[in-house]
Design a protein around this ligand. Sequence first.
Ligand SMILES: Cc1cc2nc3c(=O)[nH]c(=O)nc-3n(C[C@H](O)[C@H](O)[C@H](O)COP(=O)(O)O)c2cc1C
Length: 397
Amino acid sequence: MGIEFFTRLPLHGETEYLPGDPRNRGDWTNNENIENTGAVSNYEVGDDFTYIDYLSQVARAAEINGFAGALMVNAPTGEEPWTVCSLLARETKKLNFVTAFQAYHFSPYNAVQTAATYQRATGNRLVWNIINGGSEVIQRQVGDDLPHDERYARATEFLDVVKGYWNNPSFHYKGKYYSAEGGGLKYPLNKASLPIICTAGSSEAAREFGAKHADYYLMRAEKPQEIASLIADVRLRAKKYGRENIKFGLSIDTIARRTEQEALAEAQRFLDEAAEKQRLHAAAAHAGLRSARVLSFEKEYAEKDGSKNVSDFFIHPNVWSGFGYIGVPPGVALVGSYQQIIERIQEYNSIGIELFFLAGYPHLEESYRLGEHVLPHFKKQRQALQRIPEESKYRIA
Ligand SMILES: Cc1cc2nc3c(=O)[nH]c(=O)nc-3n(C[C@H](O)[C@H](O)[C@H](O)COP(=O)(O)O)c2cc1C
């Protein structure tokens, strides 16, 4: 089975210490009256260096170290990912950028035109991660009043229209949420490729949406058997649409070190900091990115009873849920020696994960650790991202 590696850029702050700690690079302290000590720049608007310069370093490190792309999460409190993609595209040579956005934030034509311009400028380096909001509270904050399942219905139409516009110079459509009367990509914009499409979300509505439209269905890490059953379910749903070759991606952090002891010590350092700051069992993972489905390791937090013992959080060998327990998304990390991390990646790959989003803290340093000690092992197996060919379905004769 093929395998590909992307990393994740820290669009809402570096996390060498817990989120909000002023020692972290960037200016995401919890309190604006506390001065950042982790920042070389003051990150004031108008300074010579901004947080984007740091993100640019991480992106360059990622491609120098052999990552094929970078995931950029869209949280309302973080930097806006599509803008960051555009800023970083010209500072990198080959890196693909996965931008997350909600159908709600764009009109289909606006998304098509923006992506086509980006693709032409960058050699088709844009990947879309279509998100639909896990938190009702955050959706209302940003002005979207559709309920959860209906957001997926809207996104399904959104992508029908996007694919129609992309493949036709004069596309007509009348749906519940969108309509089109003869618009569509024309030469030369239509020389660009439609971005490869990813999505995530484990609710029924999200799985159905992914089955119909995604080239890659993304998941947060769970126990391998749980991932395997989610894969089987989504693949079965995709079959209905003639898309059983849909592929699967996994987002998982890493604490990869020379020895297991070194990795465990680093994981313990995070737990100790959380205990000191009374943030054990913090709002698990990232509130805005939460799924309607509570994952099994999240349910198990209730039994941990304030534990700060690193070994209490292994849900599978080297698969550590301690980050979710202290409020660091996505919540689960591979913790171990370089060799152990390679073995766990092989295990998830063998059950159907072909795209890995790996990141650790600080992102810059972990990128080198992974690039030097883990990625080379998979050199022969690497396979660039692939789209499910279905253009003709969206072409009007
Ligand atoms: C790899 C990955 C990346 C994600 N990125 C984002 C993101 O950038 N912004 C966001 O709001 N949600 C993000 N999510 C969350 C999902 O898109 C989805 O909103 C969440 O899982 C809730 O979906 P559900 O309630 O339908 O299960 C991500 C999830 C995964 C697995």
